[in-house]
Design a protein around this ligand. Structure first.
Ligand code: ZN
Length: 289
């Protein structure tokens, strides 16, 4: 299923998006209760969900799409330096104050605050007066479907609910200056997500093309087969000590081609448009202003 979270006449809901008809079929729980957000759907489980009897399909133009998980219950987990050529470009950029080695031996995990999440077509706010080094990062994001602690690699995919797109927007100067990446990654509006969440049964995430354009210029082009640490390894690593919860989001890292990787760097400016496309999921579009 291609799930979306929508806002319609002031009410949020979750539905199935049909790209052929550009309509959203609202979902309810089997007992008729309305599903206000994706976290409720994930916690109840897909088996508990039915097409709404009460509400007809909504034309896309009549709703606002929100991020699929528009307010995560806790921080978004992220992975740094998880594509080899990106790890090398980042090491050479001078903005990496985290370690001396380009390619990490173990996954580098950091988080973004839930309030940084915005949806498709929402604006990334340029942090005027704060940063001169605003950057984009196209990423495949994994959404966890059920609670788990100490998850083994070979069982990890059973815990995945689905996949979406994240732009891990970063103030590189803050990332560098404060050493810990949290601040420079968590500014308001720094986590565009969605708009579609594809359920795990419909997508094999192991070899998906991922691309990012800034103002129609292709900047990032890679494939998820090049991840240094694959999704099972990331789930096993994070859940070793932290119990993963339904609705947790793990952004799996960005490939080469970020603004900081160019010489001289090519950071985002006001008026730019960032488009991220992942095969089998769709497109996430945000302007910067
Ligand atoms: Zn990232």
């Amino acid at each position: 299923m291609r799930l979306v979270t929508y806002l319609h006449h002031g009410m949020t809901g979750v539905g199935v998006f049909d790209p052929d008809t550009a309509r959203i079929k609202p979902l309810d729980l089997g007992d008729g209760r309305h599903i206000p957000d994706m976290l409720t759907l994930i916690r109840e489980g897909l088996d508990a969900v039915v097409p709404s009897v009460m509400r007809a399909a909504l034309p896309l133009i009549e709703v606002d799409l929100l991020a699929p998980i528009h307010r995560p219950a806790r921080n978004v987990f992220c992975v740094g330096k998880n594509y080899r050529r990106h790890a090398e470009e980042f090491a050479q950029s001078g903005f990496d104050s985290s370690s001396s080695s380009a390619v990490p031996e173990h996954p580098v995990i950091f988080t973004k605050v839930p309030e940084s999440v915005i949806g498709d077509r929402e604006t990334i706010r340029y942090p005027a007066g704060l940063s001169n080094a605003l950057d984009y990062e196209a990423e495949l994001a994994v959404v966890i479907g059920r609670s788990g602690h100490g998850i083994a690699r070979d069982e990890a995919m059973d815990y995945v609910f689905g996949y979406t797109i994240v732009n891990d927007v970063t103030a590189r100067d803050w990332q560098q200056r404060h050493h810990q990446w949290f601040l420079g990654k968590s500014f308001d509006t720094f986590c565009p997500m969605g708009p579609v969440l594809v359920t795990a049964d419909e997508l094999d995430p192991s070899a998906l093309d991922i691309r990012c354009w800034v103002n129609d210029e292709l900047r990032q082009e890679a494939n998820t087969r090049d991840l240094i640490f694959d999704i099972p390894t990331l789930i096993a690593t994070i859940s070793a000590g932290i119990t993963l919860q339904p609705g947790d989001v793990i952004a799996t890292g960005t490939p080469e081609g970020v603004g900081a990787g160019f010489n001289p760097p090519r950071f985002l400016e006001r008026g730019n448009e960032v488009v991220i496309e992942i095969e089998g999921i769709g497109r996430l579009v945000n302007d910067v202003f």
